[in-house]
Design a protein around this ligand. Structure first.
Ligand code: SF4
Length: 340
């Protein structure tokens, strides 16, 4: 087959299969393009079963693109809390604002236009790498560019949403990382990896880097029933716009007490005294296995001045911490504070 013929064949086979075999999922109940768009963003990097409750809650909070466009970024991040990869939430908000500001009144059509783009998530990378036996680490520039070119060449202008969903669905239900179900795959007739009996060779993702343990400390600074929280600035390397308890990595040879005191002073301008361990949170971020010890701290002197990655500080009641966006580990500490 020539390249255009092959693309047309892949497109049609995939769409036909999808229409016959697609799973019933909340965003497939009707064809609201906004709902499907939200689901596509959530499904990049996150499993279907995890996405469903977030998706349903999101649509209650932001039922249409206008509501989302008018929302505060803080509320959008809060609604996304727990899904991780927060740039997806920011991109959704940015996209919604662009649709409303630049094309007011034509919202559904414009969202279709936004969705006419190809999506390259983990499932899509796997399917395309196998069908076209693409060599090279898909995380590197040249293979990544090739994948995008392929995905863009494949996505049809008439039903882009269905096609993106179909590719992701195939990756999730047939072309799985281990033991893919090639026998019931609509693309088996043209799949180069299958033809060469090299299915599990693709994608050529390098083995995961070894995990690294990190010990962190958080200062839960309390004054008159309120807790001092810092808002991460736009320049923060992670979680910008979200709130945290002051925190830092415990350096080798440093005591918890001196680290907490130094962190509090650097990030909040306050001199504090640690008053005992409140909670230990274990979580993973990429290859890091993080142990975060949260200590109650009392203010000894000083006035709050934001420092480090914080652009703002705020004394919050325990209940108020439930109303702002916090990275998962800090949300867990906040829950302990509320329940204490
Ligand atoms: S034939 Fe197998 S390897 Fe090829 S796309 Fe289908 S499930 Fe994946």
């Amino acid at each position: 087959m020539s390249a255009p013929e092959n693309r047309e064949w892949v497109r049609l086979s995939l769409l036909e299969w999808y229409r016959a075999h697609r799973r019933e999922l909340p965003w497939r109940k009707d064809s609201d393009p906004y709902a499907v768009w939200v689901s596509e963003m959530m499904l990049q990097q996150t499993q279907v079963a995890t996405v469903i409750p977030f998706f349903e809650r999101w649509l209650k909070l932001f039922p249409d693109v206008n509501t989302l466009a008018a929302a505060d970024e803080a509320d959008v991040l809060h609604a996304w809390q727990g899904l991780g990869y927060y740039s997806r939430a920011r991109n959704l908000l940015k996209g919604a604002r662009a649709v409303v500001e630049q094309h007011g009144g034509q919202v559904p059509a414009d969202i279709e236009a936004l969705r006419a783009q190809a999506i390259v998530d983990g499932n899509v990378i796997r399917v395309l790498s196998r069908v076209y036996a693409l060599a090279g680490d898909p995380g590197k520039a040249a293979p990544k560019r090739r994948l995008w070119e392929l995905a863009e060449a494949l996505v049809p202008s008439t039903t882009p949403g269905d096609f993106n969903q179909a590719l992701m669905e195939l990756g999730a239900t047939r072309c799985t990382p281990k033991r893919p179900a090639c026998g019931s795959c609509p693309l088996s007739g043209e799949c180069l990896a299958l033809g060469r009996n090299e299915v599990e060779r693709f994608p050529e993702t390098p083995p995961r880097a070894k995990t690294t343990s990190v010990h962190m400390l958080a200062a839960v600074i309390e004054r008159e029933g309120r807790y001092l929280m810092g808002k991460l600035s736009d320049q923060a390397p992670r979680w910008s716009g979200m709130w945290q308890f002051p925190n830092a990595e415990l350096e080798a040879g440093q005591s918890s007490e001196s680290s907490l005191k130094a962190t509090a002073t650097r990030q909040t301008g306050l001199q504090v005294a640690p008053r005992g361990l409140l909670s230990v949170v274990r979580h993973n971020v990429t290859r890091y296995r993080i142990t975060l010890d949260a200590y109650r701290c009392e203010v000894e002197s000083g006035e709050p001045v934001p420092g480090g990655d914080f652009s703002e500080l705020r004394w919050m009641t325990a209940e108020e911490t439930a109303g702002v966006a916090l990275p998962k580990a800090h949300a867990q500490i906040a829950r302990v504070v509320r329940e204490a």
